[in-house]
Design a protein around this ligand. Structure first.
Ligand code: BTN
Length: 246
């Protein structure tokens, strides 16, 4: 991963650039990195605040030969790789909040956005965007997200070498991705579960169709979240924001 690397000073969104490169058949493992995004995108059409030099804003192109419903597995693989890299470089112990938020002390440090390019019923490319608040200080965050966002610098009280972290991420992800292609999702699912904070807890999942309340019992082989409600009914959650109640 990252042998074909596109580095930019300022872009609207690395995701947008990677999407176009993927469409033009860029080689698998192509990575786009920018110092700043002027229109960074988050999940569910949200904005992703990406000021200059404060974070890692990157997107990468993968082309696994897997059925479309298994694509969410790639988000979970990415989360595991980023957690391992953050642990190795900073010594912090991050946790994963399903599906893709990486948290430290209950605050969000990293978001992952996965987009698909399909060709009839097959995957042409998966574009995985990773946004990490690395050296951001409190005042770099818009007021409304200050209570819920943090950065590696805030949590460690020192500046983190972004290049070292990028290298660590690409290294960890490359290992996990080969493991996945060779052995399937199970070994990675186990790693993911060991970092997950939501499993076994009472949670509320806000989906587009409404709220589901219950106990998060685990994830499926495909990375879908399972919630058991108080009536004992099992719900499959494909996309939602979750809140942990305890
Ligand atoms: C989330 O909502 O949690 C996902 C945020 C993903 C942000 C990253 S930053 C690099 C890439 N480019 C974007 O515009 N978004 C993703």
């Amino acid at each position: 991963l990252g042998r074909n690397l596109h580095y930019h000073d300022s872009v609207e969104s690395t995701q947008k650039i990677a999407y176009k490169l993927a469409y033009e058949n860029a080689v698998e493992g192509t990575v786009v990195i920018a110092e700043e995004q002027t229109a960074g995108r988050g999940r569910m059409d949200r904005k992703w605040h990406s000021p200059k030099y404060t974070g890692i804003w990157m997107s990468m192109i993968l082309r696994p030969k897997i059925p479309i419903p298994k694509a969410p597995q790639l988000t979970l693989i990415t989360a595991v790789g980023v957690v391992q890299a953050i642990e190795a470089v900073t010594g912090l112990l991050p946790e994963i909040k399903w599906p893709n938020d990486i948290m430290i002390n209950g605050k969000k440090i990293t978001g992952i956005l996965t987009e698909l390019q399909a060709e009839s019923d097959r995957i042409h490319s998966v574009i995985i965007g990773i946004g990490i608040n690395v050296n951001s200080q409190e005042e770099d965050f818009p007021e409304e997200i200050r209570p819920i966002a943090s950065s590696l610098a805030i949590e460690t009280d020192r500046m983190i070498d972004r290049e070292e972290l990028i290298r660590a991420i690409l290294e960890k992800l490359e290992k996990l991705y080969s493991l996945y292609l060779e052995k399937g999702f199970l070994p990675i699912k186990l790693m993911w579960e060991s970092y997950a904070v939501s499993i076994g807890k009472q949670i509320i999942a806000r989906t587009i169709t409404g709220e589901i309340k219950g106990k998060a019992t685990g994830i499926t082989e495909d990375g879908v979240l399972l919630i058991e409600d108080s009536a004992g009914e099992l719900h499959h959650i494909y996309s939602a924001d979750i809140k942990i109640e305890g």
